[in-house]
Design a protein around this ligand. Structure first.
Ligand SMILES: Nc1nc2c(c(=O)[nH]1)N[C@H]1C(S)=C(S)[C@@H](COP(=O)(O)O)O[C@H]1N2
Ligand SMILES: [Mo]
Length: 262
């Protein structure tokens, strides 16, 4: 049995231990939004364990496995938001994303922002990796983009920053009190990881709208919901408290594991 499978099984058993919880699809966790739900409490306690256990097991800069082109068997299956309807996004899409800006802000010495052309002219990296959704499906795909780390360096991250919050254009949920926009977050180890790329290319084509155009971040050692599509801003912070319900992401706010490691 490979090291990867062993680690996955180990972590899966630690996440669900005692809860009887079956890991289900991306849109099937709404019952976990209830803060007092006992399953949610088990999952939250498990967050601490999986994070510490994973960091101890995988080390800081271990690369996710990369595959060969012959292992790409199908297109990247679109999931979650596939056609954002917010006016801001529709405007950019209608303009072929020419006015799009990618911004780094928050706990940085200087806010920086770049157009899509500027990102495309930065050093590029391509990687063929496997995307694993908690729904139980996987896709192997080739992602092309520019590493996030050097861009964070241009903004000069302040010493107290602990997390990167990723803000997206899409309204993943509409409620009577307004749209809920997708967001997720990572620690700085994952933000600076060499495979963490601002991806604008998928399988040698421009990134399609269904998969997050114009830019989506890849965090290759994490599950699908930690791969923000329609990304416009990275915000450096020392706490996740001010965002959503304070759990570090749209799905995380409903009870998904924050680290979401594979
Ligand atoms: N902005 C945004 N990012 C997102 C989502 C989303 O709905 N909106 N869904 C997540 C989930 S659950 C998965 S599995 C992947 C799907 O990416 P894909 O459509 O390229 O397969 O995107 C993730 N990132
Ligand atoms: Mo997912």
């Amino acid at each position: 049995m490979s090291k990867l499978i062993t680690r996955r099984n180990f972590l899966r058993s630690s996440v669900v231990a005692g809860s009887g919880l079956v890991l289900a699809g991306c849109d099937q966790f709404n019952f976990l939004a209830d803060q007092s739900n006992p399953i949610r409490q088990v999952v939250e306690r498990a967050n601490v364990l999986t994070y510490q256990a994973q960091r101890a097991l995988i080390g800081e800069q271990t690369l996710a496995r990369e595959y060969s082109a012959s292992e790409i068997r199908q297109g990247q299956r679109p999931n979650g938001s596939t056609d954002p309807t917010t006016p801001e996004y529709q405007f950019l899409r209608a303009q072929d994303f020419v006015p799009y800006r990618f911004t780094v802000k928050g706990m940085v010495e200087r806010e920086v922002s770049f157009s899509l052309d500027e990102l495309r002219n930065m050093p590029a990296r391509s990687q063929i990796t496997r995307h694993d959704c908690v729904e139980g499906w996987s896709c192997i795909a080739k992602w092309t983009g520019t590493p996030l780390g050097p861009i964070l360096d241009m903004a000069r991250v302040k010493p107290g920053a602990r997390y990167a919050v990723y803000h997206c254009f899409d309204n993943i949920q509409r409620t009577i009190s307004g749209d809920i926009l997708y967001y997720t977050s990572s620690d700085l180890v994952d933000a600076y990881h060499p495979q963490s790329i601002l991806s604008y290319g998928l399988n040698d084509q421009p990134l399609p709208v269904a998969n997050g155009a114009p830019v989506r971040l890849r965090i290759e050692r994490a599950l699908g919901y930690k791969q923000p599509k329609y990304l416009h801003t990275v915000e450096l912070v020392d706490s996740l408290e001010g965002f959503g319900r304070g759990r570090g992401g749209y799905w995380e706010d409903t009870g998904y594991d924050w680290y979401g490691g594979i």
